[in-house]
Design a protein around this ligand. Structure first.
Ligand code: ADP
Ligand code: MG
Ligand code: MG
Length: 896
């Protein structure tokens, strides 16, 4: 018979899959000898069987009976007995906590008889009837699906009739009468009386918890949090203890450290003479944990001892629920507590200082995502900005702007240099233009996998979604919360890290963590304006230093300008892994590029254009090489399709048509251009004339770039600097392509160095960004002095979709449908694209075991991808300047 029921003595904290988080930790506490009320856990296996069969497996029922009888023996009471009844709670608990998503029913076992028994034993009629009416209310709502308002309306009526302000003002006979009314509601709504049999109550509650796994709100929650749907929930049956038996009873929640600041010391809220749910429901004002000392010193001291013990045992900050029944402390829940990013860093280093964990372990307690969060500019809250509403944090950052409701307004605003926030009910692919133009995006509907959220994260744009209190009227161009009506042009500020939305423009400031990361410890400390912040800076510094010590992956940056190069260097970049050269062809250099493209091969005109471009490129390279002195700088030869440098075809065609209609013709120059653009037009430029193909098709272009790079380096060398340029050839598919370019390169390197009278090595390598390159990497490696995996193009060419055409269009649906967890452009698709990378590494190294290999796609800054690249044995990752600290930390975590 499968084992569907575990006594607390049979489980432990590592069995979250089977017992759920709550059950596994109740078992752990019970085995630590802590005062846990007796009970047992019904496994997630039983839940999955229930969801499959539509009924609770018989074995479960049998095993529950046995476990229940053991509990009854232990406590010396029987479930729902007329005298001194055992009551239990039936509590849901899945592997991942889903706060407020599933159900818990308290006081199970009360009926018309046992309520009298409870009253007698407790010596308190009011308490017994209050417990009974709570059972019917909770049971009716969560087990029998009765509209909860029916009960709360009846309660409100009773209070009004009795002139009572709070629930606590109702006396025993009021509550007895209310109980009768509640039973009547149940009978009316279900056609049956409230179940009097205690075991029937328990079985119905168990089934309801199982069923709640698939409730609408649980499903939505899981989708939002990316929790798989097939885990199922466990059910915990726990002997009831009562915090509402009088002044010597109470209940509370506490943390072993402050989960919001990470400050050491215990934190918590308590309520005397109350049942657990009252604390969360905010029915009465809570007191702090410290106040418990005055009410019940013995329980307080015991609790503090237990908190210390739990923290030592879990080696981490714990989140605890407890209840005191007539001076006796009971532990009802423990888990490793959720915390803010700042608290995560501080707590991790505190635990090291207290000798509880090693520094390696501390690294695993923080994430690159948390670091990134600490790096975002922050709102300066000192002016106490007025809150407009709160939604879900979908893509972090602090954005301020004027409200716009559509694409045109967003673009107009951006063009005028006025930052704007795009406000929509929800977004769809048509809104892409507006999202690109806006400083931030705010929606009133949708969750973390909605279109707005997915696309905004992909673009790194600040975004808050699902701010449900806002009524967005697209036609009237208003956004309303309660009495506050905002119009187009009104200013708001959105915090994508917290989901908060403020009225007006809240001032934005650099975070001290960013100051630390770019200017060092002292600057970070100076920029902090509280002890908490200083302590955070020291914690971040210690963990970053440790990450740098243990990591194997080198971190380089993708930088195309001197400013980016400097920023990345400040953030700790150890070189440039990708310098794109295409932007060096834009702006006032455009006419030269047009000439280059349009002039016939071998013509003087073409050579003149190349000759004019060379010194300009040399200047670009020289500045960057200077900043990256002593470090590698990998320069990618020009990659994008040429027509990107020419005027737009449609615009030219229209001009032509207009001219014709007026009986005129285009100028010779325009005519010439139109023909060229027509000739160069591609149906699918992503797969067209670009990368190395361009270098071979248009001789002289690569040559000019290589000459510019090598002579820039030679000049610096002569000045006594230590430049390390590398030449990278994009979009290689065949070894022959690389051979051709490399031969040319060697010739130029030799010639230029001779000219300057200096020599140094200039490695020539290639990108591996086509499946064919990865699959023939053992051959390509013969000609390559390094590989750099271009995982953006490799993702496009492995999946067969072009990023620009798909990401904003159908990806949200793909994420929603579970085809990917996240966009494969955000995090590398380890099973497909990742496998192609691994194959390329293996094949390349089979020819040259020490061939340097890195990755320069956007995945270079993505935590999950970085761990993958560490595992497949790459030497470096290269990412955008702002992700450099994240990559350093994650590379350290991957090695720790
Ligand atoms: P959640 O997962 O929503 O926190 P719980 O199962 O922890 O739900 O139950 C909510 C609250 O109900 C607990 O914090 C506790 O105060 C109270 N509770 C649950 N079981 C018992 C019990 N056996 N005795 C007393 N109070 C209980
Ligand atoms: Mg709880
Ligand atoms: Mg590419």
């Amino acid at each position: 018979m499968p084992k569907f029921v575990y006594r607390f003595a049979e489980g432990n904290k590592d069995q979250k899959d089977l017992l759920g988080g709550k059950g596994a930790n109740l078992a752990e506490m019970s085995n630590l000898g802590l005062p846990v009320p007796p009970g047992f856990t019904i496994t997630t296996d039983a839940c999955r069987a229930y969801l499959k069969e539509g009924k609770v497996p018989e074995e479960t029922t049998v095993q529950v009976t046995k476990a229940l009888r053991e509990v009854e023996e232990t406590v010396g009471r029987e479930l729902g007995a007329a005298e001194d009844p055992l009551l239990v709670s039936v509590r849901s608990g899945a592997k991942f906590s889903m706060p407020g998503m599933m159900e818990t029913v308290l006081n199970v076992g009360l009926n018309d008889k046992s309520v009298e028994g409870l009253a007698k034993i407790a010596g308190n009629d009011r308490f017994a009837w209050d417990s009974y009416r709570r059972l019917i209310q909770m049971f009716g709502k969560t087990v029998q699906d009765i509209d909860g308002d029916l009960f709360s309306d009846a309660l409100d009526n009773m209070k009004k009739n009795r002139g009572a302000k709070a629930d606590t003002d109702l006396n025993a006979s009021d509550l007895k009468e209310l109980t009768a009314q509640f039973k009547e509601i149940v009978k009316e709504q279900t056609g049956k009386p409230f179940p009097q049999d205690p075991r029937t109550q328990m079985d119905m509650a168990i089934e309801a918890v199982f069923r709640s796994w698939n409730s609408e709100r649980a499903r939505i929650y899981r989708r939002r949090e990316r929790i798989p749907h097939d885990l199922g929930t466990a059910v915990n049956i726990v002997t009831m203890v009562f915090g509402n038996m009088g002044a010597d009873s109470g209940t509370g929640v506490c943390f072993t450290r402050d989960p919001s600041s990470g400050r050491p010391g215990v934190y918590g809220d308590i309520l005397m003479n109350a049942q657990g749910e009252d604390v969360v429901a905010g029915i009465r004002n809570t007191e702090t944990l410290k106040d418990l000392e005055g009410h019940d010193k013995k329980s307080y001291d015991e609790l503090l001892g237990i908190m210390r013990k739990l923290e030592t045992h879990y080696e981490d900050m714990c989140d605890i629920e407890f209840t005191i029944e007539r001076g006796k402390l009971w532990m009802l829940q423990v888990r490793v507590g959720k915390r803010t990013p700042a608290a995560a860093f501080r707590i991790a280093t505190q635990l090291v200082d207290e000798g509880l964990i090693t520094t390696d372990e501390a690294l695993l307690r923080v994430t690159g995502e948390q670091l990134q969060n600490l790096m975002f500019p922050m709102f300066d809250m000192s002016g106490k900005p007025e809150v407009f509403t709160k939604g879900m944090a979908a893509s972090p950052g602090a954005a301020v702007g004027k409200i716009v409701f559509d694409n045109d307004a967003a673009e107009a605003s951006a063009n005028a240099g006025v930052p704007c926030i795009l406000v929509r009910r929800e977004t769809n692919p048509d809104d892409l233009r507006g999202m690109v133009a806006a400083a931030g995006v705010l929606t009133s509907r949708g969750g973390k996998t909605s279109h707005a959220a997915v696309v905004a994260r992909g673009m790194g744009k600040t975004c808050v979604v699902g701010a449900e209190t806002i009524v967005v009227d697209q036609a009237a161009k208003t956004a309303t919360v309660g009495d506050t009506v905002l119009h187009e042009g009104d200013e708001i500020s959105i915090d994508g890290g917290t989901g908060e939305v403020f009225l007006g423009a809240v001032p934005v400031q650099d975070s001290p963590v960013t100051t630390y990361l770019s200017h060092g410890l002292q600057a970070g400390l100076d920029a902090s304006d509280s002890e908490d912040e200083k302590d955070l800076i020291r914690a971040v510094d210690r963990l970053m230093t440790h990450a740098d010590e243990v990591r194997r992956l080198v971190v380089r940056t993708n930088a195309d300008t001197p400013a980016d190069t400097q920023r990345a260097l400040d953030f700790g970049a150890e070189g440039i892994g990708l310098c794109r050269t295409e932007h060096m062809f834009l702006g006032d250099r455009r006419p030269l590029v047009e000439k280059l493209i349009l002039s016939p091969e071998g013509s003087d005109e073409r050579q003149r254009a190349l000759d004019a471009l060379e010194p300009l490129q040399k200047g670009d390279f020289k500045e960057m090489l200077k900043i990256m002195d002593g470090k590698h700088m990998t320069v990618r030869l020009i990659d994008p399709p040429l027509h990107e440098f020419l005027p737009d075809l449609t615009t030219l065609e229209i001009k032509n048509a207009v001219a014709k209609a007026q009986g005129e013709s285009l100028s010779e120059e325009d005519q010439h251009m139109l023909e060229a653009v027509r000739r160069m037009h591609e149906e699918n430029p992503m797969l067209g004339l670009r990368g190395v193909r361009l270098g071979i098709y248009l001789p002289g272009l690569f040559k000019m770039q290589m000459k510019a790079l090598v002579s820039a380096a030679c000049e610096l060398k002569k000045d006594g600097l230590d430049p390390h340029p590398e030449i990278m050839v994009p979009l290689i598919g065949s070894i022959r392509e690389l051979q051709l370019v490399r031969d040319e390169a060697e010739e130029i390197i030799a010639q230029v160095q001779k000219e300057y009278g200096v020599t140094f090595n200039v490695p020539v390598g290639c990108m591996i960004e086509l499946p064919r390159a990865a699959m023939t990497a053992e051959t390509i490696a013969k000609e390559a002095e390094f590989f750099s995996f271009g995982t953006n193009d490799l993702t496009q060419t492995t999946w067969g979709f072009s990023r620009d055409d798909v990401e904003g269009v159908f990806f949200p649906q793909y994420v929603e449908a579970g085809i990917f967890g996240v966009s494969p452009f955000e995090s590398i698709d380890t099973h497909g694209v990742g496998r192609v990378v691994a194959e390329g590494v293996k094949r390349g190294r089979s020819t040259k075991p020490n061939l340097p290999m890195g990755i320069c796609g956007e995945h270079g800054g993505d935590p999950t991808s970085i761990h993958f690249f560490h595992k497949v044995g790459l030497d470096y990752v290269s990412c955008s300047p702002f992700r450099v600290p994240v990559a350093r930390l994650e590379a350290g975590r991957a090695a720790a």
